[in-house]
Design a protein around this ligand. Structure first.
Ligand SMILES: Nc1ncnc2c1ncn2[C@@H]1O[C@H](COP(=O)(O)OP(=O)(O)OP(=O)(O)O)[C@@H](O)[C@H]1O
Ligand SMILES: O=P(O)(O)OC[C@H]1O[C@H](OP(=O)(O)OP(=O)(O)O)[C@H](O)[C@@H]1O
Ligand SMILES: O=C(O)c1cccnc1
Ligand SMILES: [Mg+2]
Length: 569
């Protein structure tokens, strides 16, 4: 992704700095540094630590998640280096720590770290690592200054912070896309309601990734190259008192061939014609002249993209007829009005009534295409309201969505975690009373297996050294924790999910970071490719996540090994 501030933010290796300058090695929890110090004091020169970043439950009561935030993680590690000011500050925070520890911190970067990840924009599922982060090989050069596994530990909080909201809001956007349908225009209007400026910028970026068409957020448009769109507000409409406030009434036709000296009169004439027309007669009386003035002046300013907010006074008795008068006057001058925005009331009913009005105007005045004038709806929209509108029948072409989308009102957070799965080549497991919270040990490989109909059937995790699944070869897929749940799968296509995004010192080649537009296309493609019952809103079928028979046996062997045996008295 090319950030608009371009070369200034490029670092060594060509990976730009994190988009948000607040994302530095200090953007973490204090305990990461205290643990780092304790590791360092203990002189734990361990070979290698492997962490998995994954979530346990899909958000919004759904059965899928879209992975977002990877590029920012890669930008973070590519530029991971403490500045002198940061070291100085850490010294003041941890005055009891030895000087050599800060020397060590000063020396570290992520050149020895390896990151494997599922590509951004993919549909992802619980327990399957979105990222596998492998710590540096130890026993390097000088004893205490060598790279220690705590470098990887230091990535926990920033990675989770970069992935959790990104994936949550991308998923939310994707869910809004699914319920709205492919043909609708989806506009993200959330900046004013988002969790602060950085929440707003991230929301605009990841909503676009999740399938929105545009944002009203100008800064996000500049930073990420997202299309920017907008209408106008009620304040603009109510700021006008009457038509006499408009001083420059001239409008030149779209082809430049003639100039209308009094566009206001043209609009007024059209309003009278609409009022008198046989099909529309009696549907409205006097319209608001201040609203008419607002619409007319907006049209004079933007004759090529005139869109009017029609609910300031009364949608059907004022807003829509006023809009049509201005749109027809524009039509005389060779311009095509874009449409209206509804921001209150019964959006299904009003959109249907407005559409009828547009069709009547098309028929009455023979203006081809007028019936198709675009209708945008906004006002506290979310998945449920859009679903309700669909069920009732509506004529909305575009949805402007803010609060519920960007704040992820239906679910506050995605619970991604960062868990140690192997250290010093020793697989580690985290046990819990709650089976959901038991981690899957070992450095793993992950595959998506596709069935005959082209749908993904199951994700399977295997040990790193196991041979991968093969096309046409029957394979036992086991639920990681439930003994009775297992199935044979004969994959028609096998996709290895974890790809190398940061090779560290290994000889693997690094995956390119695709543009935001490519990720968006990938996301839409993924939503299309999933079996519909996994994606439906009501009682979706869980997608199967499994482990190989060998990994299953190993998990349970380790579990028994690690869990203390109780004693009954
Ligand atoms: N046909 C419909 N079916 C279901 N929900 C709808 C329908 N039309 C509108 N809504 C939703 O109903 C809610 C209406 O909210 P509310 O009554 O607070 O707004 P309003 O009075 O129409 O407008 P304002 O924002 O000016 O107060 C919004 O969340 C809106 O998205
Ligand atoms: O409703 P949302 O999904 O958050 O979409 C954004 C809202 O922001 C604007 O309203 P405004 O800030 O003028 O406030 P109001 O409509 O709530 O009064 C706009 O008219 C939408 O109603
Ligand atoms: O352009 C709009 O219509 C808009 C932008 C932000 C919030 N509400 C509406
Ligand atoms: Mg509103």
């Amino acid at each position: 992704m090319a950030a608009a501030n371009g070369d200034a933010c490029r670092s060594v290796g060509g990976v730009p700095r994190p988009t948000n300058p607040m994302v530095t090695p200090l953007l973490t929890d204090l305990y990461q540094f205290t643990m780092a110090y304790a590791y360092w004091k203990a002189g734990k020169h361990l070979d290698r630590a492997v962490f998995d970043l994954y979530f346990r439950k899909n958000p919004f009561g759904g059965e899928f998640t879209i992975f977002g935030g990877l590029e920012e993680c890669i930008r973070f590690i590519a530029n991971f280096k403490f500045t002198e000011e940061e070291i100085k500050f850490l010294r003041s925070v941890m005055p009891a720590c030895e000087d050599d520890f800060f020397e060590y911190l000063r020396s570290i970067d992520c050149s020895d770290v390896e990151v494997y990840a599922i590509p951004e924009g993919y549909a992802v599922f619980p327990k399957v690592p979105l990222m596998r982060i492998e710590g540096p090989v130890a026993f390097s050069h000088t004893s205490r200054l060598c790279c220690l596994p705590q470098v990887v530990q230091l990535l926990e909080t920033p990675f989770l912070s970069l992935v959790n909201y990104a994936s949550l809001v991308t998923t939310n956007a994707a869910r809004h896309r699914l319920v709205a349908g492919k043909s609708k225009n989806l506009l993200e209007f959330g900046l004013r309601r988002a969790q602060g400026p950085d929440g707003g910028i991230s929301a605009s970026r990841y909503c676009y990734m999740g399938g929105f068409d545009a944002t009203s957020n100008v800064a996000a448009g500049r930073l990420f190259g997202i299309p920017i769109r907008g209408t106008h507000s009620h304040a603009f409409v109510s700021s006008f008192m009457g038509l006499d406030e408009i001083t420059d009434k001239t409008l030149t036709s779209s082809d430049g061939s003639n100039t209308c000296e009094d566009f206001i009169s043209l609009v007024q004439n059209w309003l009278i014609r609409i009022q008198d027309s046989s099909s529309l007669h009696g549907t409205f009386g006097e319209t608001s002249q201040s609203e008419l003035a607002a619409f007319t002046s907006y049209a004079l300013a933007f004759p090529n993209s005139f869109l009017a907010l029609v609910d300031t006074y009364d949608v059907m008795r004022s807003g829509v007829p006023n809009f049509c008068a201005v749109a027809l006057a524009l039509n005389d001058m060779g311009y095509k009005a874009v449409g209206i925005r509804l921001d209150s009331g019964d959006l299904a009913y009003l959109s249907v009534e407005a559409r009828k009005f547009f069709h009547a105007v098309e028929k009455e005045f023979v203006v081809v295409g007028f019936g198709k004038t675009s209708i945008t709806a906004s006002n506290d929209l979310n998945e449920e309201t859009i679903d309700a509108l669909n069920k009732q029948g509506h004529e909305v072409d575009a949805f402007g969505i803010g609060t519920y989308l960007v704040t992820c009102y239906a679910q506050a957070a995605l619970g991604c975690v960062f868990k140690l799965v192997e250290i010093n080549k020793q697989p580690r497991i985290k046990l819990s009373e709650d089976v959901m919270k038991v981690s899957i040990p070992c450095k793993k490989k992950c595959y998506r297996l596709y069935g005959k109909e082209g749908y993904p059937l199951v994700d399977i995790m295997t040990g790193e050294d196991e041979p991968g699944p093969k096309i046409g070869e029957r394979l036992l897929c086991r639920h990681p924790f439930n003994e009775s749940k297992r199935a044979y799968v004969v994959p028609q296509h096998v996709e290895e999910l974890l790809k190398c995004y940061w090779p560290g010192n290994s000889s693997n080649s690094r995956e390119e970071l695709p543009s935001i537009h490519e990720i968006r296309t990938r996301c839409i493609h993924h939503l299309d490719r999933m079996r519909p019952d996994h994606m439906r809103r009501l009682n979706p079928t869980p997608y199967k996540v499994s482990v190989s028979a060998k990994l299953y046996d190993f998990i349970h062997f380790l579990w028994l090994n690690e869990a203390p045996v109780g004693e009954l008295q």
